[in-house]
Design a protein around this ligand. Structure first.
Ligand SMILES: Cc1cc2nc3c(=O)[nH]c(=O)nc-3n(C[C@H](O)[C@H](O)[C@H](O)COP(=O)(O)O)c2cc1C
Length: 345
């Protein structure tokens, strides 16, 4: 079956869910241009998610995707947290932040029964997961709501696992991709293949449609992915400068600068590897650190530094998520980006 038929869209293109950089407006704009628009929910409370879903429904009657992380929240580890805050102390001093007044707590929530309730109300056509799949009882509820289910694979083994667990399509997320790696079976990030090495191997290993993601920024990239057997393409970074995205000012400035040529995988912002434009804190404490609290607990220690630095126009402590190819970023409406990508189909 073609990906368009499976998803109910005009085009086999997905606007990638990007937590912290977009809400309903970008999803609606992508849907209106014929792609599958996505709503990322990892950083939304269930109430906020309901509001965004209502806004998508008010903006379009086309199919859309709702996206969740599926991590198991870790137990708090006071020693690790204290050691990490000690590593950040010079920066707290520099910005006049009292480290004792920083609240601990998670920065990103996994899929829950309450979120499943909301999906049963709104019945989105597609639900996608990152970091594997939720518990079988929750996954059954999503499937029973009528949604098609997608998840990301960063290796051939993950793709085979996802197919065996009943997903309708697999997003092959190459190492070039911006944001968090969808990795869930193996934590050796050094061996993960790039998009155009991973894609044909996944296509050969599974029967379900495979969607290419990572480093695809224009029509030629889309055409190359299709030539390698992709049933469709998921694009994130190229949408980050669109007026409908909520990308912060420092993030937009970094994407427009030559700094965007240098991205790296880093865990210093959340505790889990994600690709972003190299900045001061990544250079000085990472980009990968063994001392960081477990995902997503690392978010709280850096949050006040990020806020103070951003208020002064600096992205030194911000996660500047970006794929390795930011050349597709343009300050034009998302419909225009979508139509330009579609020329590669
Ligand atoms: C700013 C940003 C935030 C992201 N957040 C999410 C997310 O919340 N959920 C998710 O499944 N993927 C997320 N991703 C990864 C995308 O789904 C996708 O794999 C990636 O954008 C594709 O590579 P590209 O950025 O090179 O196009 C994010 C990517 C970026 C750039």
């Amino acid at each position: 079956m073609s990906l368009q038929r499976l998803l109910g869209t005009e085009l086999p293109l997905i606007q990638a869910p990007m937590a912290g950089a977009q809400g309903a407006a970008l999803a609606v704009a992508a849907c209106k241009a014929g792609a599958l628009g996505s709503l990322p929910c990892a950083m939304l409370s269930v109430d906020a998610m309901r509001k965004e879903l209502a806004s998508i429904r008010a903006g379009t009657d086309r199919p859309y995707n709702v996206n969740f992380f599926t991590h198991t929240p870790p137990a708090a580890d006071a020693r690790r947290e204290t050691a990490w805050r000690a590593a950040l102390t010079p920066y707290y001093r520099e910005y006049g932040i009292d480290p004792h007044k920083i609240p601990a707590g998670p920065g990103r929530a996994p899929f829950t029964a309450q979120a499943a309730d909301a999906l049963e109300e709104f019945k989105p056509a597609v639900v996608s997961f990152h970091f594997g799949l939720p518990a079988a009882s929750l996954l059954d509820r999503v499937r029973a709501s009528g949604a098609k289910i997608l998840s990301s694979a960063t290796t051939v083994e993950e793709a085979i696992w996802l197919e065996a667990h009943g997903v309708d399509a697999i997003i092959a997320q190459g190492a070039e991709a911006g944001g968090h790696r969808g990795t869930f079976l193996n934590d050796d990030y050094s061996t993960q293949p790039g998009t155009f090495a991973l894609l044909p191997q996944v296509v050969r290993a599974v029967k379900v449609p495979v969607i290419a993601a990572g480093g695809i920024a224009d029509a030629k990239g889309v055409a190359a992915a299709i030539a390698l057997g992709a049933a469709g393409v998921q694009v994130g970074t190229a949408y980050l400068l669109c007026p409908e995205a909520t990308t912060s000012a420092v993030h937009r400035a970094a994407l427009k600068s030559e700094a965007a040529r240098n991205t790296a995988l880093t865990n210093v912002f959340t505790g889990r590897p994600a690709r972003g434009i190299v900045n001061r804190v990544m250079r000085e404490l990472g980009p990968m650190s063994n001392g960081v609290p477990a995902f997503p607990l690392a978010t709280s220690a850096i949050a006040p530094l990020r806020a103070k630095a951003e208020a002064q126009g600096s992205g030194d402590f911000s996660p500047l998520w970006s794929g390795q190819n930011a050349t597709g970023c343009r300050e034009v409406p998302a419909g225009e980006i979508t139509r330009a990508l579609a020329e590669g189909l």
